[in-house]
Design a protein around this ligand. Structure first.
Ligand code: MG
Length: 309
């Protein structure tokens, strides 16, 4: 008997949410052992079959940095890039963009930092200098007809700098949107955000002219706050959430970062709230269990574990 929460609709919340699935990229890039391309392709196929409308597939970073994703071109060649599901890819620079466009990708993501320390460690750039790196990438992606998402890391705290001023996050996010990014994903890279902080950041973006429809939220469950923060975001009208099947992944450059918000945990909450998401929870949890078998350890997702019990 499949368990499901009782549905009690809260009319203050959006009626529909888009889940932006990051497990194949954000999850697998952090695995110590490289997952075979066949397994990645099957994973993505199963995520699509489970109803996820956006499945971030891989990253065209230099294989020296992220050897786990060195098969990006080969993997993309196996996906149906003309179908209804979007398969965004990360690109760090123009060389990565060239590879992504050659592969036929139509959805590109760039990843910026809200802090000086993370810009230096992750991008080898300064906070201000990062925009000069992104500008040609975004210009050329848009000229090629691609959609561009801007990720912003360390929006709620930084392991080297500590607290990150809200105004600094808004300024960095606006720079990415002004460049031409159509969506801005605000990352709680080390999972330290709490609900009122989340609401305050979304309010600050609104005050700066950036509506909830331009934002996505990317939470990590490091301190168990991801769902509370997602709910706080729903109350502010956010309707796109990043999540990772089975809670795969974290961030390789932030040592305290563990655990993307598990897609199953998000789906459970959205289902109970009567919010449409289009995902078949049983298929998704079965996929995460299958992938956990490949990785040799159980999923950290509470919902995957509960459904498997
Ligand atoms: Mg993440």
């Amino acid at each position: 008997m499949a368990a499901l929460p009782m549905v009690v609709r809260d009319e203050a919340l959006p009626s529909r949410v888009t889940i932006y699935e990051v497990g194949a990229r954000d999850g697998l890039q952090n695995e110590k052992k490289t997952v075979p391309t066949d397994v990645k392709a099957e994973f993505i196929g199963r995520l699509v079959d489970a109803g996820l409308p956006v499945v971030e597939a891989t990253s065209f970073v230099h294989p020296r940095w992220v050897p786990q994703l060195a098969d990006a071109g080969e993997l993309i060649a196996r996906l149906d890039l003309r179908g209804p599901v979007a398969f965004p890819v990360l690109v760090p620079n123009e060389r990565g963009l060239d590879r992504a466009l050659e592969a036929g990708c139509t959805h590109i993501a760039i990843f910026g930092s809200a802090t000086e320390a993370f810009a230096q460690k992750n991008l080898n750039a300064t906070l201000d200098g990062q925009y000069a790196m992104f500008e040609p990438v975004v210009d050329r992606a848009l000229a090629a007809g691609a959609e561009v998402r801007g990720y912003l890391s360390m929006c709620f705290g930084d392991p080297w700098e500590g607290a990150v001023p809200i105004g600094q996050v808004v300024a960095a996010g606006k720079r990415l949107l002004d460049m031409g990014a159509t969506q801005l994903s605000l990352g709680d890279t080390i999972g330290v955000a709490t609900a009122a902080h989340v609401g305050a950041l979304i309010d600050a973006f609104a005050a700066a002219g950036v509506g909830a429809d331009q934002l996505a939220m990317h939470f990590h469950d490091t301190y168990g706050q991801a769902l509370a923060n997602a709910h706080a975001s729903l109350l502010k009208g956010i309707s796109t959430f990043d999540a990772s099947a089975g809670g795969l992944g974290g961030c390789p450059y932030a040592k305290s970062a563990t655990g993307n918000l598990a897609t199953e945990d998000l789906v459970w909450m959205l289902t109970g709230l009567g919010i449409e998401h289009g995902v078949d929870l049983d298929k998704l949890a079965a996929t995460s269990k299958w992938m956990a078998g490949h990785l040799g350890r159980p999923s950290p997702s509470a919902v995957v574990r509960a459904l498997s019990a």
